[in-house]
Design a protein around this ligand. Structure first.
Ligand code: SF4
Length: 191
């Protein structure tokens, strides 16, 4: 596909190896998901990708040092700067979120934005998972929607994302400060 795009069609090519469960929480897509080691091996074969990862990480160097310290469940722009409407007319935090939405057939967008999304946005974490102080948080893709989709719990770290993030950090030589009980912080487990 890369050769087709770049050499035959003269287009730029980009891929994303991070497959999610389906929006209805079916885990069936995961049957064809690459392993974390395969994902990182693909990264390492592509110098442009590695540069992009380094550049992205550089923008969050402050966060990498201190980790995430807010007690808000959401640290993204969902419900603050963006929203999604699914094919059934439900207003949601984002396209991935499988949690209950606001039915726009029964209420106005303004009502959904002001009441439903604002309430969702204000949700707090109620337990200290290993993600709370993890410096890789903004890089790994773990978020309430991914936790709910794959683990049925917005606060539950997604093992696949966690392993990929730590493997990438290790491959790129980033130090990851201790952030609680994290099996992937032990380098021996990544070999
Ligand atoms: S899933 Fe793992 S890498 Fe991602 S934020 Fe949580 S602890 Fe960090």
């Amino acid at each position: 596909m890369k050769r087709l795009a770049e050499e035959e069609l003269g287009l730029s090519f980009r891929f994303d190896a991070m497959l999610n469960p389906r929006c209805d929480c079916s885990q069936s897509p995961l049957a064809v998901r690459l392993s974390p080691e395969e994902v990182v091996a693909l990264d390492l074969m592509d110098p442009e990708r590695i540069n992009a990862l380094r550049e992205f990480a550089g923008r969050f160097s402050q966060t990498r040092t201190i980790g995430h310290q807010s007690d808000g469940l959401y640290v993204c722009g969902g419900g603050a700067y963006s929203f999604a409407v699914d094919p059934y007319g439900s207003l949601r935090m984002c396209v991935l979120s499988p949690e209950e939405g606001f039915d726009l057939r029964r209420g106005s967008f303004q009502g959904g934005w002001d009441q439903f999304l604002s309430r969702e946005r204000d949700r707090k974490i109620d337990r200290k998972s290993k993600c709370v102080r993890c410096a890789l948080r903004l890089l790994c893709g773990m978020c309430p929607a991914n936790g709910a989709l794959e683990c049925g719990d917005p606060q539950q770290p997604v093992d696949f994302l966690c392993r990929v993030a730590h493997l990438r950090a290790h491959a790129l030589g980033w130090d990851v400060a201790p952030h609680g009980e994290c099996e992937y912080c032990k380098v021996a487990h990544l070999r």
